[in-house]
Write a protein that binds this ligand. Structure first.
Ligand SMILES: *Cc1c(COP(=O)(O)O)cnc(C)c1O
Length: 529
């Protein structure tokens, strides 16, 4: 007969019943330690903190970033540290509240309609709560054993999102990484190891020639940094020219690669951007997939910002051809509004994902995979312990469904188009491009200014807005001249806010030009006297 689990268990001795407590000694010896871990502490702290955060979330005032002098902040923060060094200090609700207030009060106001500067955003509140659950139960991701529900949720979320990518569901794979930069590095590693399988055992010295990658001039810096980490020098990076809109020109990619082969390089990967960081330009994936196929290259798509557009019927066409890519970086902490970091790295071929890493470690990897370890992600992953970052995303997706994301994305892109229309109608502004998603760059240019002056004017406007304005916007250089950049990440932004922003920029811009004109006159007068 088959032996049951209870038979096996009965062959081990029963655990001993716990010893009865001896006197009062053991507990009272460490009252501070016991108190710090007392669940009641959690409850008391939570009530105060949740109350404060609710007020914070409800503050819809239009405001920018109030940048404190770091020396001042350092001093304030230091004063909040207990001076107790010998015993465990008592829980001090007041101190905790002060820390929370300082934390919320000194951050970029991501929930305010004045925030238009970066690619992370206010978070779906439910996601924050699940993040809190993750911090309490502390189930690090990477091994099924350590995080059972997160491991299963990763698989479910991978299937859901692959429905929008369109890869073979029996072959594709997904792994979470702490940020898009790490996802790009991991994808390049997988690509390199597929092209040069001997590298894992014999190292870079055994390569047939210098490995190279082809990237857009507009690629995110994490891509070239990842190349550097992989031993691919600057001279081995093939820069693909872009058009006026910032998209790779596919007809020039082939010749650039041919030239690289002539120089003895061994290109193995082409990196396209689905939404460049600077202007949000989407490279033509279909055409680039054809180039990659012709040259036997892995096609990696850095969709850190823009992959989320796949969820929108209206905007999905920007990623036409994605099903022909080999890997895709997708930041859920950008356009899926999750707490950062939460990045998903997709591979069309799961075997290639595992090929990126070939480690033996008997303390975690079993020689023979079983039904549990089939759900581990450590074999496709640079990280070992990492946050179960899928849980907020999977929970929000499970509770509200995909329409929540699609609608917000549509809304953000629509407001950005509206901003484009409004700015294009202002004679003293110049838009730098048509927005393809929710990123828009433009300049305040009341006259025909020389490039160097136009450049300084935008920088000065951006600095003054940062130094106490009602908005938080960013800047980017386009054709070596600074431009103002807004990233619409809040669905509460409306035409009224855009008008306020335009007025504020004009106001500041005119003041800057007036003072610089006065300074020029002063200088002229002085040099004439
Ligand atoms: C934001 C971004 C990255 C970097 O991602 P992190 O999550 O910040 O590490 C990479 N590529 C593109 C195109 C991005 O927009």
């Amino acid at each position: 007969m088959t032996s049951s689990l209870s038979d096996v268990q009965s062959s081990f001795p029963e655990p001993k019943a716990p010893e009865p407590a001896t006197g009062e000694g053991s507990r009272s010896a460490m009252p501070g330690l016991t108190a710090a871990f007392d669940p009641e502490r959690f409850h008391d702290g939570a009530m105060d903190i949740v109350g404060r955060l609710t007020t914070y979330l409800g503050d819809r005032s239009v405001r920018g970033l109030d940048l404190l002098d770091p020396a001042v902040l350092l001093k304030t923060a230091r004063e909040l540290m207990t001076r107790e060094r010998r015993r465990i200090a008592d829980f001090d609700a007041e101190r905790v509240n002060q820390i929370v207030d300082l934390y919320t009060g000194t951050g970029i106001p991501v929930y305010s309609p004045g925030y238009m500067g970066r690619q992370f955003s206010g978070v779906v509140p439910l996601a924050s709560l699940i993040d809190l659950v993750g911090s309490v139960v502390n189930q690090p991701s990477s091994f099924y054993e350590a995080g059972q529900l997160p491991s299963v949720a990763e698989r479910l979320m991978a299937e859901e999102l692959n429905g929008f990518i369109g890869w073979d569901r029996d072959r594709f794979a997904m792994v979470t990484t702490s940020g898009g930069s790490l996802a790009n590095l991991t994808a390049l590693l997988a690509a390199r190891n597929r092209a040069f399988p001997q590298i894992w055992t014999r190292g870079v010295g055994a390569l047939p020639g210098p490995p190279a990658i082809a990237v857009s001039e507009e690629a995110h810096y994490s891509v070239t940094r990842a190349a550097g980490v992989l031993g691919i020098g600057e001279g081995q990076i093939i820069r693909l020219p872009v058009d006026q809109a910032g998209r790779i020109r596919p007809e020039l990619a082939g010749p650039a690669l041919d030239e690289a082969y002539r120089r003895g390089l061994r290109p193995f990967c082409l990196v396209a951007s689905a939404g460049t960081t600077s202007v949000g330009a989407f490279d033509p994936l279909e055409e680039l997939a054809a180039v990659a196929r012709r040259h036997g290259l892995w096609l990696h798509v850095d969709g850190a910002h823009g992959a989320s557009l796949l969820l929108s019927d209206r905007h999905r066409h920007r990623l036409r051809g994605i099903e022909q890519a080999d890997s895709l970086t997708w930041d859920a902490h950008k356009m899926l509004f999750m707490p950062s970091p939460c990045t998903l790295l997709f591979y069309r071929d799961g075997a290639a994902a595992r090929g990126a890493f070939r480690q033996r470690a008997s303390y975690v990897f079993d020689e023979e995979p079983d039904v549990y370890s089939a759900y581990d992600s450590a074999d496709k992953n640079l990280e070992c312990t990492k946050r179960p970052m899928i849980m907020p995303l999977w929970t929000v997706w499970s509770v509200y469904g995909p329409a929540l994301f699609a609608q917000r994305i549509d809304q953000l892109c629509e407001v950005t188009r509206q901003a484009h229309r409004m700015l294009a109608a202002e004679p003293d502004f110049a838009v730098a491009h048509e927005p393809e998603s929710n990123i828009l760059c433009f300049r305040y240019l009341p006259d025909d200014l020389e490039p160097a002056i136009a450049h300084r004017l935008q920088l000065e406007i951006r600095n003054r807005i940062r130094g106490g304005g009602r908005f938080f916007i960013s800047k980017v250089d386009i054709d070596k001249v600074a431009a103002l950049r807004v990233v619409v990440m809040n669905h509460l932004i409306d035409a009224g806010h855009l008008t306020m922003l335009i007025d504020e920029i004009r106001d500041i811009g005119q003041r800057v030009l007036r003072t610089s004109a006065t300074t020029r006159d002063d200088q002229r007068n002085r040099s004439h006297s």
